[in-house]
Design a binder for this molecule. Sequence first.
Ligand code: GDP
Length: 440
Amino acid sequence: MPHSDEVPIVAIATAPGRAGIGVVRVSGPQIDPVVAAVLGPELAARLRPRHATRARFLDAHQRVIDDGIAILYRAPHSYTGQDVLELQGHGGPLVLRMLQARCLEAGRALGARLAEPGEFTLRAFLNDRIDLAQAEAVADLIDASTEAAARSASRSLAGEFSAALAQLAEQLTQARALIEATLDFPEEDLEELGARDVREQVASLQRSVDEVMRRARLGAVLRDGLRVALVGAPNVGKSSLLNALAGQDVAIVTAHPGTTRDRIERSIDIGGLVLNVIDTAGLRATADEVEQLGIDRTLAAVGEADIVLELVDATAAPERGSPLDSIPLASIPDWRQRIGGHAARIVVINKIDLSGELPGPNAGRLYISAKTGAGLDSLRAELLHRAGWDHAPSDRPHAGSPSGGCRAPAAGGATAGAGGRRVAAGRTRAGRDHRTGHGR
Ligand code: GDP
């Protein structure tokens, strides 16, 4: 019974490592014996719920493990909806482990065990303290890597998203009642009137569903970032563009085709949105085994991307179709299937400093120079736009802050200064699953 909420669970709630303060939490339907054992019966009897009380945390032989603060929350007025004891001690890994072990030992007769990751939040959900959207928001808030992501999660945690879903359910019920009425009483002149109303209601419902879906997608992009694959023939400037967006040299740039042998992924924060940019090995037919490996990975990366940036050299072929059409793909079996169809594509013409074209969007393409930086603001604005940024709610508390502003910058404008900032390198989607503390 791994998730039974009948027994007390215990966990260190703060992150591993050394810190000034560390917290051990206990939650269960009955935790009084643990409170009495760890704090001593006298102090346990004096504890006032939700009040911080200075306490000595005692081991089984009444020796002091640590001196800190104890807070007792009585059900249902706690995070989990059960009785919760929070012990705030000094944040050394050893002392916290001793305290955790002591709580487990003191609760052994009650079946106390270590909490699973996220189990405190699971109990909060099971006890109706929060709904599923809010439970997800807890994880998103903890994992947020940009200010905008944190704000979005915290709004969901406050119930904003849940309220939108509840409203949708209400609308659905009304539409259903109306449809049933027109079916049940067709003779009562309801038919004509009802059919019109139903159509209007269903159309309005459709709009609401679209809006909720859009917000959910934006939430996912805020949380995971936007996966952008840079593809194009060797030497069109993919690595240079990645470097220009990241603001520092992350890929080797040389004048010899085929130098980017493998995919390189970097997380870049542009105006609060995380871009996971995948630079790709030049797509071309090759007999070189190592390069072929890079090409295989390229195709896999493109298959996962939300947006594919197709880079074309402004000084190369006169016919500037998709670079994927112009490269010799004959040697790559089933390449079309492997690239997949769901990613949005943006054709970017690079090296305009050599060709003399104007930067920015023109006839469905974006003109840039990775070398001079011309047109990069437009490119960032376009990426934010594709991520749904310009439809983001405008009622954000700190819309004016450097990364909190979630409206799309005006084309060609306001992202200056944002592109160079980088979030923690190496953050990946998988990283979300490596959660540390068990204390949620
Ligand atoms: P990749 O093979 O597509 O990754 O291309 P690279 O980024 O390695 O660039 C190939 C060559 O083109 C390098 O010599 C770059 O300096 C050059 N290059 C890239 N972008 C530009 C640009 O916008 N203007 C000019 N003049 N040269 C560029």
